[in-house]
Design a protein around this ligand. Structure first.
Ligand SMILES: Cc1cc2nc3c(=O)[nH]c(=O)nc-3n(C[C@H](O)[C@H](O)[C@H](O)COP(=O)(O)OP(=O)(O)OC[C@H]3O[C@@H](n4cnc5c(N)ncnc54)[C@H](O)[C@@H]3O)c2cc1C
Ligand code: FES
Length: 258
């Protein structure tokens, strides 16, 4: 897919929690096609410590409003600067990057999308695309506490939502892999994004139940284009650049101990 380096206008910055913001961006020339699971490399201006672009998932593309949404956890210098953007500012983005999630082969496929923390970000757009093809995705979203569950209403508008929290303040108590639906229901396909231990647990569950599973890796990245090799993952097919061959990979390709 052709890649673009474009200045996007910040339409709004919505604070979703103490540490999360939702940026809505647009371009006067319109946005290029973007696939669920792909990501954007964002330039963070005016800081010597952030000369490398920061990779952020495509959270949603609102085609009607002509907006790209980025859901950002403000954890370090670069993302905190993104959180301080204001409506009217400009954000330079390289997009769309990487390979996205595999779409279900049929709308009747039972697809489970498992997200943890800010890893829920790429699942909203993916779920919307499944919905558009006539399917009904099930989201299984986990966080430490209820207040850290992001975009819940948006997920509910797209599909069925199951929730776990570590403190039990919302949904079932525990980790996503403890949710009772995993014992009582059958799924045809699982896609997941979140902290690595969570993705390993989900992948282990999928493998032991013979379910196809894709994970969206968040290896450290610099160029985002397959040139610097800093995002390499050692797979059964040898070393691959996650920014180019991923970030979404089938668990059959990974050397994780499952
Ligand atoms: C393909 C991809 C998609 C991503 N999508 C999102 C997203 O939608 N929303 C979002 O908020 N973040 C996302 N991330 C993570 C995000 O890129 C990092 O949080 C960001 O680069 C940190 O930059 P910083 O300058 O704020 O922090 P830094 O000062 O660079 O680092 C602060 C801390 O965060 C750690 N860190 C840095 N990069 C990562 C990373 N990739 N994964 C885990 N920890 C990291 C550092 O080791 C350090 O401990 C994604 C990463 C990848 C590779
Ligand atoms: S980030 Fe440079 S090769 Fe992947």
């Amino acid at each position: 897919m052709k890649k673009y380096c474009i200045d996007l206008k910040v339409n709004s910055v919505e604070r979703l929690s103490e540490k999360h913001v939702l940026l809505r961006l647009s371009s006067p020339d319109g946005l290029p096609e973007m696939l669920p699971g792909q990501f954007v490399e964002v330039r963070v201006d005016d800081s010597p410590s952030t000369f490398l672009r920061r990779p952020i998932s495509i959270n949603n593309v609102d085609e009607e409003a002509g907006e790209l949404w980025l859901l950002v956890a403000t954890i370090g210098d670069g993302t905190r600067r993104l959180g301080r953007l204001c409506a009217g500012d400009t954000l330079n983005c390289l997009l769309p990057l990487g390979n996205g999630f595999t779409m279900p082969s049929s709308p009747s496929d039972k697809v489970l999308l498992v997200g943890g923390g800010v890893g829920v970000a790429p699942l909203l757009y993916f779920g919307r695309k499944i919905r558009e093809m006539g399917g009904e995705p099930t989201f299984l979203l986990g966080a430490r506490t209820g207040s850290e569950l992001l975009e819940l209403e948006m997920f509910r508008a797209v599909g069925r939502v199951l929730v776990t929290t570590e403190d039990g303040s919302l949904g079932e108590q525990g980790f996503v892999t403890n949710h009772s639906a995993l014992q009582s229901e059958h799924f045809d396909f699982i896609s997941t994004c979140g902290p690595k231990p969570m993705m390993v647990s989900v992948a282990r569950y999928a493998k032991s139940h013979g379910i196809e599973c894709e994970v969206s890796l968040e290896n450290l990245m610099a160029c985002g284009l397959g040139a610097c090799l800093c995002c390499v993952e050692n797979t059964v097919e040898g070393n691959v650049c996650v920014c180019k061959e991923g970030p979404v990979l089938n668990i059959r390709k990974l050397k994780w101990q499952l």
